[in-house]
Design a protein around this ligand. Structure first.
Ligand code: LLP
Length: 418
């Protein structure tokens, strides 16, 4: 259930009024609902309970330690793409037998760290990686379990920047290369091919491409098994979309049904790598209006959050609902507004062309759908300290990442500063 509800004239997260919370933690700030996170995790696991499945949370979507700890405690594993994410996941208590390592450019040191942690497998994306992982595993006297990430050339019907299953993208290996790749793997005693993997894109709203991918991957895994490889897993990646405005994403049950239907004939264990669908809607970005100015065309509502805090609107032209934390008077007059940050470029906006009751300076706004790829993509551009992250549980809250200090902005520069 959505825990960001209007109650007694103002929005709450769970039972905590956001106005009150903003007094304690300041703005801008990311606020997450623990209850929603736990509900999403259990709904997902429940949807897949009738088929052997490992759900590995895509750490890149929201990599805060306390969030990860909650997700691992709920029974999920981790999908990661860097040594940084690996060490975060380990610190947060990830079950190493449910960690998969994806990514198109794994580096030697990252592979070494993952081998020594004893992760479940690497999703391999190039012939180069096959040899590299084989060599490092042999040196460490280990056998590395690998999956081949296949690019099925299927259009996920989503934003081009988050489409990953077409030949025009850098991801995965093609089916036609398989014979060579399999020979290469056969010649490496330190490798064990345990599965096939794919991830066709993110914010997927139509299940048809995922269905098609599952069927294609199932057929391919049969061919690979017929060549004598003892496959055990089929990894269908992440990608389930969420509602940001008026989208109608498939339910998690429909999503599970679509994948399981494709994979079931193989009997292989299913791996999924959900990110956004678990955490997207558990978080909002709280921001305060600095000033409002009128131009011949519109009003600009200048707020204290900016593209460094939330880059999705300008990077993907993505839509995030923005509302006042306080209920507006019914039938209040509206104005055409752009909600913009203080950063010195026109691309710095959180919302454009919004017909809304005109906010006033000092007003508290919330930007919804910011749990996934919000804080995890934040930067310090314009020397703006990154915003804190707050986890709300009932009427309690915990600061799970402190606001960065100004000193921390240049701390790593003092070493060479003369
Ligand atoms: N597995 C792999 C191999 C991935 O590359 C991704 C996301 C996921 C799983 C998780 O996908 P999800 O369930 O979250 O859709 N920054 C963009 C999204 C980038 C997604 C990158 N890969 C955004 O803000 O929309």
């Amino acid at each position: 259930m959505d825990q960001f509800q209007l109650r007694d004239g103002s929005y709450h997260c769970d039972s905590l009024p956001l106005n009150e919370l903003s007094q304690s933690v300041g703005t801008p700030a990311y606020i997450y609902s623990k209850k929603m996170l736990e509900e999403h995790c259990s709904a997902l696991l429940d949807a897949f309970k009738n088929y052997p499945t490992d759900a590995c949370f895509a750490v890149k979507s929201l990599s805060n330690l306390s969030i990860l700890k909650t997700i691992f405690a709920a029974g999920l594993g981790a999908d990661l793409v860097s040594a940084g994410e690996l060490q975060r996941a380990l610190l947060a208590g990830a079950p190493t037998n449910r960690i998969v390592f994806s990514g198109v450019g794994k580096q030697e040191d990252e592979v070494r760290q993952a081998l020594s942690a004893g992760i479940l497998m690497f999703n391999v994306e190039s012939p180069f990686e096959i040899d590299m992982i084989a060599g490092l595993a042999a040196t460490a006297n280990k056998t590395a379990a690998i999956s081949l990430r296949i690019n099925p050339n299927i259009d996920a019907q989503t934003n081009a920047k988050i489409t990953t299953g077409l030949y025009s993208t850098k991801f995965g290996l093609t089916e036609t290369d398989l014979p060579d790749l399999l020979n290469r793997i056969r010649s490496q005693p330190s490798l064990q091919l345990v599965g096939l993997a794919c991830h066709i894109g993110s914010q997927i709203l139509d299940l048809a491409p995922l269905r098609e991918a599952a069927q294609q991957m199932a057929a391919l895994s049969t061919s690979v098994r017929n060549l004598g490889f003892d496959l055990r897993y089929l990894n269908m990646g992440g990608g389930l979309g969420i509602r940001y405005s008026n989208e109608e994403p498939p339910s998690v049950m429909e999503y599970a049904e679509a994948l399981i239907q494709g994979v079931r004939p193989t009997g292989l264990r299913l791996i999924i790598e959900p990110g956004r669908s678990l955490v997207g809607n558990i978080g909002v970005l709280l921001t305060r209006v600095i000033s409002v100015k009128k131009t011949p065309e519109r009003h600009f509502v200048v707020v204290d959050a900016a593209m460094n805090d939330l880059i999705r609107p300008t990077l993907y032209e993505s839509y995030h609902t923005i509302t006042s934390v306080n209920a507006t008077v019914p039938n209040a007059p509206t104005a055409l507004c752009d909600i913009v940050g203080p950063i010195c470029e026109s691309g710095d906006f959180l919302g454009k062309d919004r017909q809304m009751p005109l906010p006033v300076a000092g007003e508290l706004l919330m930007v919804r759908g910011c749990g996934a790829y919000g804080s995890s993509m934040a930067s310090q551009y314009n020397s703006r300290p990154r915003a804190p992250e707050i986890l709300v549980d009932g009427a309690q809250f915990r600061i799970i990442r402190q606001r960065e200090t100004l000193e921390s902005l240049w701390a790593n520069e003092l070493h060479g500063f003369r």
